[in-house]
Design a protein around this ligand. Sequence first.
Ligand code: GH3
Ligand code: MG
Ligand code: MG
Ligand code: MG
Ligand code: MG
Length: 300
Amino acid sequence: MTTTLVVEDSPAMRALTCDIIENIGFKTIAAESGEEALDLFQKHPIDLVVLDVGLPGIDGFETCRKMRQVREDWFPVVYLSASSSDEYVIEGLEAGGDAYVNKPVNTNVLQSIVRAMGRISDMKNKLAAANAQLEQLASIDGLTQIPNRRSFDDALERYWRQAQRNKTDLGLLLIDVDHFKPYNDNYGHLQGDDTLQQVAKRLKSKLLRPFDMCARYGGEEFAVLLPEVNREGTLFVAKRLLKAIQTLAIPHEYSTTSDHITASIGIAFAQSTDSTDQLIKNADKALYQAKEAGRNQLKV
Ligand code: GH3
Ligand code: MG
Ligand code: MG
Ligand code: MG
Ligand code: MG
């Protein structure tokens, strides 16, 4: 339901205006001054504002300007004013208002305008919800339902800067499934997809802290960020993840490393790096060494 904030200093007009608006099925909250309106406005989810221009403290135009400063998202503001001069109308709209209704108020006119503004407000809310949903979709990997490369890159930048600023630890693990090409070639792509899903789910389930992040970095590669975990802790987590993948016990007859799906992990730490690129490169190098050394192991 649309919630309307009605700002009017005259008690009789305030009651009447609220009645008129409630009669079209909107909920109202009333304020008797601009100051009170600004206060209520921050405490309640207001969809629409009906604002008297002549008010005892700050006037309606100033109240509107201040509301626009406080809230980032748009919402309709309808003025009620005894003055119908062009200058007033222009000043009010320039101050951020969307419609201007003359007093004495004609009930039908006010209802029509408030209803029309309510429609625009509804549309805005729908768009905002759709946007939030898209944002969510754009950050999740479709196959594994964990954060995708884009989210990982964002998080890496944020976490890296935070670690540098606060001089805290940040560990990065690059996890690459071993001999996954022969797995795909022999078991088929669908089975390969299924295995990637299982690996992602298992990795995610082994990270217990809310700020740890596990993302799909690329094809059969995953990346884990561990903020505020020291070197020892990071190695401990990496070992746990290696074991967790192994104990999924997914058969892999064509691996020269094991009878089951395994992975190799390259680890790097943010402190000694001067960019996120360098951090990634270090983890990449370590991953290469883990592969060279026989796979199913970790290297720093
Ligand atoms: P290594 O042990 O050196 O990592 O060998 P590998 O075979 O795992 O490495 P390589 O890079 O040669 O092969 C990776 C394979 O991962 C190739 C590709 O077919 C497969 N792959 C990448 N993305 C997906 C995916 O989304 N689904 C499936 N099923 N397979 C994928
Ligand atoms: Mg007044
Ligand atoms: Mg790979
Ligand atoms: Mg691989
Ligand atoms: Mg390879």
